[in-house]
Ligand binder design. Sequence first.
Ligand code: GLN
Length: 540
Amino acid sequence: MSAPASAPHKAFDTILTLDFGSQYTHLITRRLRELNVFSEMLPCTTKIADLDFKPKGIILSGGPYSVYEEGSPHVDPAVFDLNVPILGICYGMQELAYRIDPKNVIAGTHREYGHAVLKAQKVDGHVDRLFQGIEDSMRVWMSHGDKLGALPEGFHTVATSDNSEYAAIAHSEKSIYGLQFHPEVTHSENGLKLLENFAIGICACKQNWTMAAFLEEEVARIRALVGEKGQVLGAVSGGVDSTVAAKLMKEAIGDRFWAVLVDNGVMRLNEAARVHETLTKHLGINLTVVDASKEFLDGLKGIEEPEKKRKFIGGKFIDIFEAEAEKIEKAAAGSDRAGKIEFFLQGTLYPDVIESLSFKGPSATIKTHHNVGGLPERMQNGAGLKLIEPLRSLYKDEVRELGRALGIAEELVMRHPFPGPGIAVRILGEVTPEKVEIARQADDIFISEIRKAGLYDSISQAYAAVDPSRAVGVMGDKRVYGFIVVLRAVTTTDFMTAEAFNFPWEFLQRVMNRIVNEVHGVCRVVYDITSKPPGTIELE
Ligand code: GLN
């Protein structure tokens, strides 16, 4: 059972984005939030009667289907009874036109993919309010094969392009709009302005979606949910998400939130001590550190396959966490804080939620409710813990902003992601204490040089790994036979594709020098320049 989800739509003016499966849909919600307007995405099959809030406006996204094809998705007609402004984008516009008369939408003679120049039409010297403040001509991004063959009844044209007579249309009486292009992609000039005109000018949304406001709402919600005595348990890793979630719980319920850090022996250099210091001293969080490094390293002996390593680490983590949870349960029950541990904190973010909500096609079953990963099943069913997911409506940049609002240091808030199985996946093949030490030392040198050079925030993820094949070197006139350290640093916006970071040559030389001199057992350093695809960001 999941606890009631964090639901900003109850407290903030919300634009509902109905997803028809476009790869750009999440950009619509992101852009609106940049404007400080809350937007939530739900599948296009959502029944309006099932909504527990009234949106201030609705956007129908693009999608890969053709509206006139059998089995293609259609919106619940009840959206039109809500009497709120509606904006259809590409498939969304075709859907609006098709509903009025199926003959309105036809297959185009050629696909239009790329830039088009849009001209807003003027009536009595004025452009439509959707285009207010926008030059009367702008470059926009198109991606479609179908088009409107005729203007739907009740609509008029508000903008045209060379290829689209109906590039933007508006209903003459109601606030219903359609766009053939995609204002949500950054290639569309003034796209953000156009969404602003819709959300603020037309839907009259308040621009009050800020992390300071969310923090206040969420603290109140958690207090109400957990009650006067309830207690919450959660795992922390030292990463951005778990730290922000933990600090939020601390603000809401103080020491009735119990954080657990499991030291699995494959954390970075001095990381466990650093996390302990930050969470307890700086953030005042009630934290227990379990040093299980020996158990993990013993268990990793002889395992070479990446999948097996991951499985082992994941499984062992659950065993140790559960054992610790039991101890905490007892301590919690005996403490003056009283109450039973009823909830488990999880740092799920919005992209994971969106991923499971997005419309995957008429034949795919849509999961409308789910728990994203994480909570060990035994704990959920056996111990009956309920999930509490305060970050579940937030994008990563919003989590960082929330971290700032909670007073978490900038250096922590901007930390690169770190894999769950830790540096075990940064040691190719078998993990041994010796290789862990090498990876730790080399990584520490690499990252501290990156910070010193002021490059940390320009890089999305960076680390040093160990290739256990040995290479020959000459050190102090002696032939040595040492490990190879692989440096990796990438830039990416979404972690789906990535490029190797272009370091100055002198920088790489400095890092190489320090590593071969300071890290015992290493005689070669290489820089991995592979992009993703075909490479992945981590080595295993
Ligand atoms: N599949 C529709 C078309 O090709 C809509 C495309 C879209 O929404 N981007 O016209």
